[in-house]
Design a protein around this ligand. Structure first.
Ligand SMILES: [Zn+2]
Length: 489
């Protein structure tokens, strides 16, 4: 007996030592995926570029139902007067009145062009939140090192930043080898029908193919996670899909509420909604998120380095921890959000019908169809009809773009040159971007806004007190200048 105990103890000790050795080996041998490169000299940019952006912020190009055409026309005039060299040199096409394509032709037509995207529209400022702003939301005020207003982070910084970078390069006589196109939609915030969708369809018809496409997306986040001291530059390599399912509980008979049956349509529907909330989609660390951990694992300190370098063992533990935070959970699973309820017409009449809308943000690997199928399975009640989402507002997650491509590499290298103190990693973007409309035009689509911000800043996107630091905007313009130079020769 004693012998057996000793044997078991030894076995346990050996297993433990072996495990410790494997964990340590994996941690110590993880190769860094960072590109070490010489930084570029910071060119001095004049404050006038801030005044230009500020003038753009003052124009309320709000996208929500009917648009203020005058604001979009004023924006057009502003772009033409602020970037004269761009408008003299690049070919411009207007799509559906207010969306624009700019084509800057390179000398070598054999090189596939690059396509850089942004959008000119902004979300409205709710009247109830207007006086919670520290400055008027469309003031474009510049004070204490910040430029304030709706659109400073989403997404006028990218429209003005790209044109400013091109203008600066043209002023220095730059001539590209490779062609670059800019495409600016004017209805991204309402689905991109007239802008991105129309532009992408036109490009497909023209038989175009792009070396890579970039759009707004992930940012350079300070204090992104425990164990990482440097800001984290995340390049979105895919984004989540989107659908809203309608659940309808139907009963053949209504009647008087004084003699109710065991269940009413309202009760049946409520039960269905509760079971969806109680049975969330499983959490997964794969695809873009697996790749994210591969990139950051060699860069973090103990104990995160051991955890991230040994996902084969720690995946469940990490998912469990991250899953406690709503933002992190959104990266790991298809999310379930019941958003609307409707049922009954009078308090003393039994309803024969009750319905709910449930919004799902779909994790890559799943589709609108697999989501609907799982919803039916979880509800498991024939009296509840699950209706597919409106195809206009539903999309599967786009394919995962590779990190070995020229596009990813050139973006990573440029980040290293302009933001030397950062760690780069591919990531999953949880919001929807215009880029999803362009999947037919390139396998290499990246979503990255070259701006260093904090978690607090992130909350102001579509929210209150949206603002950009003047230093951040200048660095963004520098980034686009270097990205264009790196991409176009
Ligand atoms: Zn946006």
């Amino acid at each position: 007996m004693k012998k057996l105990f000793k044997l078991l103890l030894h076995l346990f000790l050996y297993t433990f030592l072996l495990l410790a050795a494997v964990l340590t080996y994996n941690t110590l041998t993880a190769d860094s995926k960072q590109i070490r490169t010489a930084t570029v000299e910071k060119n001095i940019l004049p404050d006038s570029i801030l005044t230009t952006l500020s003038a753009g912020i003052r124009l309320p190009t709000v996208s929500a139902g009917a648009i203020d055409s005058a604001a979009f026309r004023d924006l057009d005039t502003l772009l033409q007067t602020s970037f004269p060299l761009v408008h003299d040199t690049l070919e411009r096409e207007v799509i559906n009145d207010f969306s624009y394509i700019y084509k800057w032709y390179g000398r070598n037509p054999r090189l596939k062009p690059v396509l850089l995207l942004a959008h000119t529209d902004v979300v409205p400022v709710e009247s109830s939140s207007k006086n919670q702003w520290s400055v008027a939301p469309f003031s474009g005020k510049i004070q204490d090192g910040d430029l304030w207003g709706r659109g400073t982070l989403d997404d006028k910084l990218n429209v003005f930043g790209l044109l400013q970078a091109a203008e600066n390069l043209l002023a220095r006589g730059y001539e590209p080898e490779r062609s670059v196109f800019f495409a600016f939609g004017h209805d991204e915030e309402t689905g991109g029908d007239k802008g991105a969708t129309a532009i992408a369809e036109k490009f497909v018809k023209e038989g175009l193919e792009f070396e890579y496409i970039s759009d707004e997306g992930s940012v350079i986040l300070e204090k992104a996670l425990d164990g990482l001291d440097m800001p984290l530059a995340m390049i979105g390599v895919t984004e989540k899909g989107y659908t809203t399912l309608t659940l309808t509980a139907l009963l053949p008979e209504g009647g008087h509420s004084s003699m109710p049956p065991a269940e009413t349509a309202v009760g049946i529907l409520a039960k269905a909604v509760v079971s969806l909330q109680e049975n969330p989609f499983p959490m997964k660390i794969d695809g873009a998120t697996r790749s994210f951990f591969d990139y950051i694992a060699p860069e973090v300190s103990f104990p995160q380095n051991v955890l991230f370098n040994n996902l084969w063992l720690t995946e469940g533990l990490i998912a469990g921890q991250l899953g406690k935070d709503a933002t992190a959970a959104a990266i790991l699973r298809t999310t379930t959000a019941p958003t609307m309820l409707r049922g009954g017409i009078k308090d003393n009449i039994l309803p024969t019908r009750a319905s709910a809308k449930v919004n799902f943000r779909i994790l890559p690997g799943e589709t609108t169809e697999t989501v609907a199928a799982r919803v039916r399975e979880v509800i498991n009640d024939k009296r509840v009809v699950v209706e597919a989402g409106d195809p206009l507002f539903s999309n599967d997650p786009p394919p995962l773009s590779p990190t070995e491509s020229f596009g990813f590499q050139v973006m990573q290298k440029t980040i290293g040159q302009v933001f030397p103190e950062t760690v780069v990693a591919p990531s999953l973007v949880i919001a929807a971007t215009d880029a999803r409309h362009y999947t037919a035009l390139s396998e290499n689509i990246y979503r990255f806004t070259p701006l260093q911000i904090t978690r607090t800043d992130l909350k102001t996107i579509h929210g209150i007190d949206e603002k950009i630091s003047t230093k951040g905007y200048k660095d963004l313009v520098r980034f686009f200048e270097v990205l264009l130079r790196n991409s176009l020769r």
